[in-house]
Ligand binder design. Structure first.
Ligand SMILES: [Cu+2]
Length: 215
């Protein structure tokens, strides 16, 4: 009886650890390491040479997540960002690229990532930047980073698609909608679950609170 219970407990922890999220696009700094995801850049503290040429406007990012959460993207203009301070402005505010997204669902999600509206110093054509995707959910804040070079004429062959599962990791109840390509001509077509205003506000509170804790 005890053994059975212990096994179930281990299985449930393993489930939590495996859930987390993966950054599908742009390409993350390195292979996914589940245990490292609660740490800065998912455990990858150094900038990588595999920079993705990324459009300043009309871009998107995609994750696969095992659970719902509030999702934000911070940006650093430091050449080798290796700590959370590098993703903050001179006044200490975390630099988020665009509005928080909130998804109650697990699955593959795709959201716009538009640098042109961000008004962050140093974000411009040709700049080397690093993005840090934050998912704040039931198991805390998780991080993945990607090193980019911003370009006004970058294009990508990655297809922005959404495939959500309605219950935690069940995978049994999925629906699929395919968004457009990354073309700047249809830059909102990849938007998945729309975030409501209240979810946005809650997200800001949650992520900023977590950032404050992390700093
Ligand atoms: Cu998780």
């Amino acid at each position: 009886m005890f053994k059975l219970y212990a096994l179930a407990l281990i299985a449930s922890f393993a489930g939590v650890a495996n859930a987390h999220f993966r950054l599908l696009y742009p390409e993350p700094r390195g292979p996914f390491v589940s245990d490292q995801e609660p740490n800065f850049c998912g455990g990858y503290t150094n900038v990588t040479p595999n920079r993705t040429a990324f459009p300043i406007s009309g871009g998107f990012y995609s994750i696969r997540t095992g659970h719902g959460g509030t999702i934000g993207v911070m940006v650093s203009t430091v050449q080798n960002p290796n700590n959370f301070d590098n993703f903050s402005s001179a006044s200490g505010e975390p630099q988020f690229v665009n509005a928080f997204q909130s998804s109650p669902d697990a699955g593959v999600l795709c959201f716009p990532l538009d640098f042109s509206q961000s008004n962050i110093t140093g974000v411009r054509d040709g700049a080397n930047v690093t993005v840090q995707v934050v998912v704040a959910g039931s198991d805390g804040s998780l991080y993945q980073c990607a090193d980019l070079t911003l370009s006004s004429n970058a294009t990508t062959s990655f297809t922005c698609a959404n495939e959500t599962t309605s219950s935690h990791d069940s995978g049994s109840n999925s629906s699929s909608t395919t968004g457009g390509s990354s073309d700047s001509s249809n830059n909102n077509s990849g938007l998945g679950r729309a975030s409501t205003l209240s979810a946005y506000a809650a997200g800001v509170m949650a992520v900023v609170g977590i950032m404050a804790g992390a700093l």
